[in-house]
Design a protein around this ligand. Structure first.
Ligand SMILES: CC(=O)SCCNC(=O)CCNC(=O)[C@H](O)C(C)(C)COP(=O)(O)OP(=O)(O)OC[C@H]1O[C@@H](n2cnc3c(N)ncnc32)[C@H](O)[C@@H]1OP(=O)(O)O
Ligand SMILES: CC(C)C(=O)C(=O)O
Ligand SMILES: [Mg+2]
Length: 550
């Protein structure tokens, strides 16, 4: 790889434009502008059909976008028809403004106005490339000639906005801004502002795209602050950013730019868009949300958003896509699971309403995900805490700590041996097969208790296929049965641990019991039992613990 072939292609602003760096918090949501239906759409292998665009538009409205770039009407019949369909069928809610993109070329601008004629509220977004590379290689024009493309475009947009019926506002982008000298880009933008004559009542948008991301995010933020300080009619101009993600820092670009004075962010769901995509609206909004700032977008039904997005764009939401991916709340590793299970429990019983659960930046339930299916996932990296959590959450078994540890190793080894994740029912199956109500080689077929001095038990025990009748005594029922088992089997062991809890609520509730017994050779075995009768549940646990020795 010949790194000498490359050099930085960006143009930093002079020193003195980084006061944004003293801020560590974004205080309010920006004006969001979805560019899913334009920048996102133009990057798809198969652009969306009219019906797909309509469905996506409705999804964006439902999420709460108030400004939606709906297309590039001059690009194709579908794009044009889509815009006309929205307008002609009154499908644009009163509080939503549509936006359309056009190059600064006469026939394309005219076609764009035909597409939006009669729109209740529309932003005409016109652009031309200003970068050094495009001036040299694509347009082969001087800086002033390139500036004239912008100002001619602005003149025509302004003229047609007075000729066509509709309520129009304007956005201008010096496209390839990040490859443009900031002073020159500022000169072009100010020339456009001077023509459009925005007012505080009818502001225009100056969009500073990182068309191709070329620098680290702080360089971009400095550029935004430079514009914030030097744009004409600043009180009548909304600074917008439109970060792409070539260097993988689109979110950082947008966030630092907001600190530096950007008021609008153009973005796409799941970071769809040209090449590596546009900045991801979900990450940006949820980053605000997770800091306690109202993002003004609603992602409470993330599974539905993923489903519609994947179907209409034919793209895939990556498993690690922030906040939305299938695995972003999943913890496989033992120490994470342990901390999460304890954190969840702490939150259940704490008065502190703020979410601080370890390893999970937002409560999955807030965005329509579930704890059991999404959070604790079991494989060979898992630990007793997580495995215990899965059993407790889904089946109500609250295992004693030592037993949980033993089950943990058993479950891990099954996953390791089979080289696969274990589903919740599979974890339960391992628990049942290993501990629950085990009947072999010993099984109690009949049992009667009578109270004398202490407790007497008359027990029929099937052991290794043979039935043995036995009378025994003890200081309680479990003790009497323990003595009967010892006498029939000729073994010696000591009851070490016993606990029980109810499994379900109501009159027919079952009890779950856990018993460990110590053996003369120093080993310990565990068993679990269930029954509607609490005594029988304890006996089942005892028998299981006994059987686990053999
Ligand atoms: C960074 C971005 O995302 S910008 C948006 C990009 N999106 C798209 O291009 C999708 C939609 N585009 C299209 O469907 C087509 O490109 C159309 C319909 C707009 C135009 O189509 P065509 O005229 O056939 O082709 P094309 O786009 O290649 O035109 C290139 C010409 O436009 C000029 N041009 C390109 N962009 C601009 C602009 N913003 N302003 C003025 N002129 C421009 C080029 O210099 C070139 O000029 P030339 O004919 O003198 O060589
Ligand atoms: C049209 C412009 C804003 C664009 O998409 C870009 O520069 O990335
Ligand atoms: Mg773009």
């Amino acid at each position: 790889m010949n790194y000498q072939k490359y050099a930085p292609g960006y143009y930093p602003v002079p020193q003195g434009y980084s006061s944004w760096a003293t801020k560590d918090h974004i205080e309010k949501a920006p004006q969001w502008c979805s560019v899913d239906l334009r920048d996102g759409n133009q990057a798809l292998v198969v652009p969306m059909s009219l019906d797909e665009k309509l469905e996506f538009f409705k999804l964006l409205v439902k999420i709460g976008f108030k400004q939606i770039e709906v297309g590039f009407p001059a690009a194709s019949d579908t794009e044009y028809e889509f815009v006309r369909t929205l307008i002609d069928n009154n499908m644009i809610p009163d509080d939503v403004t549509i936006q359309v993109l056009t190059q600064c070329r006469d026939h394309i601008i005219r076609k764009t106005f035909e597409a939006i004629e009669g729109a209740p509220s529309a932003v005409v977004h016109f652009y031309n490339s200003t970068s050094v590379a495009q001036r040299q290689q694509v347009f082969r024009k001087s800086p002033e000639e390139i500036c004239k493309i912008a100002t001619d475009g602005a003149e025509l947009v302004k003229k047609l906005s007075q000729e066509f019926d509709g309520n129009f506002r304007f956005e201008y982008s010096p496209e390839s801004f990040t490859g443009t000298e900031p002073e020159y880009a500022l000169h072009v933008c100010n020339a456009v502002i001077d023509i459009m004559e925005p007012t505080p009542e009818r502001p225009m948008i100056i969009n500073l795209p990182s068309t191709v991301q070329m620098s680290m995010p702080h360089v971009y933020a400095n550029q935004i602050e430079f514009f914030h300080n030097h744009l004409h009619k600043r009180d009548s101009v909304c600074i917008s950013v439109h970060p792409h993600n070539d260097r993988g820092t689109g979110v950082a670009d947008a966030e630092l730019a907001m600190l530096a004075g950007a008021q609008q962010v153009e973005c796409c769901l799941f970071g769809n868009g040209e090449r590596t995509g546009n900045v991801d609206s979900i990450t940006l909004a949820m980053n605000l949300y997770s800091h306690g700032v109202d993002p003004k977008l609603n992602f409470s039904n993330m599974p539905e958003i993923c489903e519609v997005y994947e179907r209409v764009t034919r793209m895939r939401v990556h498993e690690r896509s922030p906040y939305a991916g299938a695995l972003v709340f999943a913890a496989f590793s033992g120490s994470h699971q342990d901390a999460i299970a304890k954190g969840m429990d702490w939150h259940k019983h704490s008065d502190d309403s703020r979410w601080t659960c370890p390893y999970i930046p937002v409560d999955p339930v807030d965005i329509g995900r579930t704890y059991d299916a999404d959070v604790i996932r079991i494989n060979s990296q898992s630990g007793k805490g997580g495995i215990g959590f899965v059993l407790a959450q889904n089946y109500g078994f609250d295992l004693p700590a030592k037993m949980r540890e033993e089950l943990g190793y058993t479950v891990k080894s099954v996953s390791d041996r089979n080289h696969k994740e274990l589903s919740t029912p599979e974890v339960y199956e391992v628990f049942c097969n290993t501990y629950l109500n085990k009947q072999d080689p010993l099984h109690i077929t009949e049992i009667h208790f009578t109270r004398v001095d202490g407790l007497a038990a008359n027990v029929d025990i099937e052991y290794n296929g043979k039935i043995h009748g036995c009378n025994s005594v003890g200081n309680g029922r479990l003790d009497a049965v323990t003595n009967a088992i010892k006498s029939v089997t000729g073994t010696d062991f000591a009851l070490d641990y016993y606990s029980e809890h109810s499994l379900d609520s109501g009159s027919t509730s079952r009890a779950a019991s856990y018993i460990s017994i110590n053996w003369p050779d120093g080993t310990t075995t565990w068993g679990a039992g269930t029954d509607t009768d609490i005594i029988q549940s304890g006996i089942n646990a005892l028998v299981s613990a006994f059987n686990n020795k053999f």
